[in-house]
Ligand binder design. Structure first.
Ligand code: DUC
Ligand code: ZN
Ligand code: ZN
Ligand code: ZN
Length: 484
């Protein structure tokens, strides 16, 4: 393969904006400078050259709620590339009692047609000595983050004792725990009550999971992480209550990271209430969409740095799949799409409105994620030696989002009708030109697994700095045996 030069553009990274050409050989950036030449030239006049987006939260071809999410690694990574996302981190979900390593093999088997790079988070869905042991093997295989569901009682949910054990194990291994923070017991109780009262429509999904459910669980997970001495990553932060818990923890010196979704930043609960059944059910996800005051909180968190990255939780179901929940909202498969739309919608609603700078945009869609998940600077950077995962972003290109022209295989799009200004001109995946405006040149099978390293275990998160020492046994004399 000869060299490629991206010419006449402006490089935009998480901290710098400057005019330069970027030269690529094979899969890697080899030079950044002025007047570079190469065998192939990609013209970036009027465009920004940014690190490709990383989506830290996807569910591709995932068995869930009696079905499988409809986008697989082929359509999912293609959708990502079409919107400027060059890497996804997907969740491997063992069944209760299933070996983590066996589940990992199953997930790996799904990735043959990925056209962009990928990694995994491993979910801890049950707890035993075997799970404790296998976590080390999972880390050795380059998967250094472990997800815990505090909701989905009866299937994926773990209890506090299991979560505390797993968090301590993460601390030992230098791994990062993630939480889906909703109080699963309260959700189950509210769901049963709503159904008993005849509230079975999709809007009741939102009533069953109010913001307090999320705030309580987020705070609980943070305190448990503090006791375990481990950093924490909170997925899909949708509410002021959970954002508040994260802000407070960070102010105390804890490494707690919050991830809002592009859906929660731009869509609100009116989608459930002023709509027909299909419209509302297509937007059923957990956590549900909130009111505008929560959206303001999430934007403020991205601006001030109390929230770290923007994801999609891409977990797409067709209308037919959603209809299994007619008559019982608790059976509507939870999930929405967004992989193709995350960057254009965030640019339009964030950068074009002045809510985010371009550098902040790069930070929250790519660089912060790469740093938190130990992918940096291979990913998330425009630097010599980094993978040539690049998006050449045309801030003037426009389109109206529509299911009719999307890469996802589902039959609708929650952003249908959104007019976006700011779209990729070119997208490169490890040097391969995969998107040229609306033309898809992605190559199924090109995507590769990216192994990550565990951080040094001294990367802890504590509200009060303590040396890690064995608990001290106090020797007392002359105190009655029952004394304290
Ligand atoms: N929430 C969803 O909406 N879908 C997948 C899993 C989740 O937590
Ligand atoms: Zn979740
Ligand atoms: Zn998810
Ligand atoms: Zn290839």
């Amino acid at each position: 393969m000869g060299s490629t030069v991206v010419k006449n553009g402006t490089v935009v990274t998480a901290d710098l904006t400057y005019k330069a050409d970027v030269k690529i050989e094979g899969e890697t950036i080899v030079e950044i400078g002025q007047n570079l030449s190469g065998d192939t030239v990609l013209d970036a006049t009027g465009c920004y050259i940014m690190p490709g987006g990383i989506d830290p939260h996807t569910h591709l071809e995932m068995p869930f709620m009696g079905t499988y999410s409809a986008d697989d690694f082929e359509s999912g990574t293609r959708a990502g590339l079409a919107g400027g996302t060059t890497m996804v981190v997907d969740f491997c979900l063992p069944n209760p009692n299933q070996s983590l390593l066996e589940a990992l093999q199953m997930w790996d088997n799904k990735t043959g047609k990925a056209s962009a790079d990928y990694s995994f988070h491993m979910a801890i869905t049950w707890w035993s000595e075997q799970v404790w042991r296998e976590m080390a093997e999972v880390v050795d295989r380059g998967i250094t983050s472990f997800k815990h569901f505090m909701a989905y009682k009866g299937s994926l949910m773990v209890n506090d004792d299991e979560m505390f054990s797993s968090f301590q194990r993460c601390a030992d291994l230098g791994a990062l725990p993630l939480v889906h923070a909703e109080n699963g017991d309260v959700v189950a109780a509210m769901t049963a009550k709503l159904l008993a009262e005849g509230n079975n429509g999709p809007e009741a999904h939102a009533y069953s999971r109010p913001p307090e459910v999320e705030g309580e669980a987020t705070n609980r997970a943070i305190m448990i992480a503090d006791m375990a001495g481990v950093p924490l990553y909170v997925v899909h932060v949708s509410a002021e209550q959970s954002h508040e818990a994260i802000r407070r923890a960070r102010q105390k010196g804890m490494r707690v990271y919050g991830e809002p979704l592009i859906q929660h930043l731009t869509l609100d609960e009116s989608e459930y209430f002023n709509a027909d059944w299909d419209h509302a059910a297509r937007r059923v996800m957990s956590p549900p969409f909130r009111n505008k005051s929560h959206q303001d909180s999430l934007w403020a968190g991205l601006q001030s740095g109390s929230l770290s990255c923007v994801a999609t939780d891409h977990c797409a179901f067709t209308t037919d799949q959603k209809r299994t929940g007619v008559g019982n909202f608790a059976k509507i498969p939870n999930g929405t799409g967004g992989l193709e739309d995350r960057l254009p919608v965030l640019w339009t609603a964030g950068v074009n409105t002045g809510r985010l700078t371009m550098n902040e945009f790069v930070a929250v869609t790519s660089t912060n994620i790469a740093k938190i998940l130990n992918l940096y600077p291979k990913k998330g950077a425009v630097l010599v030696g980094a993978d040539a995962d690049l998006v050449v972003w045309d801030p003037k290109r426009k389109k109206t989002i529509s299911a009719a022209s999307q890469q996802s295989v589902i039959d609708y799009n929650v952003f249908e009708g959104f007019e976006v200004t700011g779209l990729p001109r070119y997208v490169l995946s490890r040097g391969k030109v995969s998107i040229v405006e609306s033309e898809v040149k992605a190559e199924p099978g090109h995507g590769r697994f990216v192994a990550r390293e565990a951080k040094n275990p001294v990367n802890r998160a504590l509200s009060q700095w303590k040396e890690i020492v064995a608990p001290r046994k106090v020797e007392r004399s002359g105190i009655p045996a029952t004394g304290v």
